[in-house]
Design a protein around this ligand. Sequence first.
Ligand code: ADP
Ligand code: MG
Length: 749
Amino acid sequence: MSSPSRILLVCLLSLATFLLGAAPPPVQVTLQLKWQHQFQFAGYYAAQAKGYYKEAGLEVNILEAAPGVDVVDEVVTGHAQFGVGSSALLLSRQQGRPVVVLATIFQHSPMVLVARSGAGITSVQDLVGKRLMIERQADELFAYLRKEGVPEQTLTLVEHSFNPDDLIQGKVDCMSAYATDEAFLLDKAHFQYLTFTPRMGGIDFYGDNLFTSDDELKAHPDQVKAFREASLRGWKYAMQNPEEITTLILARYGERRGRAYLLYEAQKMNPLLQPTLVDMGYMYRGRWQHIVDTYAELGLLPKGFDLEGFLYEPEAGVRQINRRLIGAIVMLVGLGLLLGGAALLFFRQYHRLKGALASRDQAERAVQLEQQQKAKLEAQLQQSRKMESLGSLAGGIAHDMNNVLGAILGIASAHEEMEPDGTPARRAFETIIKAAERGGKMVKSLLRFAHQSPAETRAIDLNAILREEVELLQRTTLAQVHLVLDLDPGLQPILGDASALAQALMNLCVNAVDAMPEAGTLTLRTRNQSPEWVEVLVQDTGSGMPPEVLARALEPFFTTKEVGKGTGLGLSMVYSTVKAHHGQLHILSEHGLGTQVSLRFPVCVKEPSGPSPTTADLPGPERRSLRVLLVDDDELVQKSMEAILGSLGHEVHIAPSGEAALAALEAGFAPQVVILDMNMPGLGGRGTLPRLRLLLPQVPVLLSTGRADQSAQDLAGAYPLVTLLPKPFSIKVLKGHLEALGEPGQPNS
Ligand code: ADP
Ligand code: MG
């Protein structure tokens, strides 16, 4: 064939293919939105602009909501083929308007309640009696309020004006809002508010859904399928390219909302759509069932409402397989079974060989894994060693310091009483006492840091601590931080020291706020992680930590903050407190994204044991002189106690060690009270107490210690008539203890 005729042939052929294969003109369809153009509908604009609809053979007319337009009606009557609707689509179907949900875009509804902070509202329960501006469609909010014990009747409901100024100006105390939307205006006005989401109460509705009508689906199943797929493609693109789609919205759909507003919306939509975690459009029957159940509880749907027909099944068409195909499949399966039998024999041999190779492989990998794990364990060990050495250092200092402070406090308080009111000497003693008491508190916090805390242990509600924390933060932190409080109302109590825990949580909050100098969200969350553990999460959307910072974050004195701003002690204190509570600490941090610190504590199984049997339980005392045996190796303590006890009119005998005390008792000395120091060389308090109890079963013992920790409490609790006396103590405390002692009845009295 000559070259020109060949060219002609190619031309003719391409013309023919063009003519034969030319796409039919696009089909016109309408998508009715449920609100004005904004980022909320970004995926549809993207599908339009990127040509996805066109590729699907569709020309789509995207209509925003207008007054008097009901999206469901538009779709059911055929004015529009597709619509965007909330979870309330279920109600429409129940009301005889046959809608079919094609895809869920918002995995979680953005509907929340926002309340002005400082109006005495710290939890959703505080809304009782308040003015709430709420939209009629907010079923999930009504369900949530009801679940939290705030039913409609307890509120003053106000029609929604969709003007956040009403909240800002105090016309209402609380309003329903979109977390993606109104919050922008509130933040911009530097308005302080609290957010309550129904999810806190276990109510989790879907947000925006793409839907069509029964009729449309029946008439044009392929078109529906194509529209759905193109839309989801658009959504994927939009969530990956929010800046580009924002520019597009501004250019094509008007500038009613500025760029910053649209980008804010895009950012807030991320956690609700979860585009990276969940396939775009995914819906789960169980979640719809949960929504049905919630509606049923509200009396809006019958209990047995059937989801059949409501949920679109993209693959439903595949079921219509023809008979011949089935026949062929049966034959193929038969053949497959035969071949499979033969293959099985072969594979057995093959696997034996492969197994041998694999186990060698596995062994190598196991060695590798072990070496990682080893490195990790070593790092952990090093960390706890560091904390331990710091701990024993602090513990040692604290012990000696307590004795020094005890002496000062003792002598000063003994003399204070002797000086008449208002004299300079009296005032000087008062100041000395105050200073010593403050020193005692400092030692206490040092001990807490060294996790040998004299932690008072009582049942604690972590939710209550967090609520207080939030109140503090709201008074002090800057407006840029948005606070979310997500507390499990059924949170189990834990056993611990409330002030130490509050301090630890505050440290975490301060770190979070520091990490969000521009803007961000601080979320405080609690939950029952299992029947044995409760969890507190402190999450921020701040700077996050690069791996090298994360690796060192818990180290005492490690800080990346400028001098004067950071001490580097925050997280190590948190760590100590958590350890002292037999808890666990985990930090997840993603550089540039944020940080999540999780604290886990064992659930308090039984009520904390009441105070150990004390002398206070004994029958009514009369003030009288007591014979006191003081067992303490510290000369300062001996001298000051002698002064104090003397000033109270008691008779003091001093034994500088446990051994000396026992010797005196064996020699016949009969005290009426023993003050026994825990921390002494030799037998020490721990070794002396059981022997002393044998010799003097009835005599009250005050067990004095600078570390009133769990082991000291356990020791005191193990014997009758033993009371813990934490150092340093003031004369009043000692006096109280001694006055509470029982009537004679003791040997030799
Ligand atoms: P400080 O805050 O006084 O520096 P911390 O022990 O509290 O000491 O924290 C140590 C370091 O860990 C901080 O300097 C900071 O670099 C990092 N860090 C702690 N919490 C966060 C957080 N939420 N986000 C980012 N970085 C953090
Ligand atoms: Mg800190």
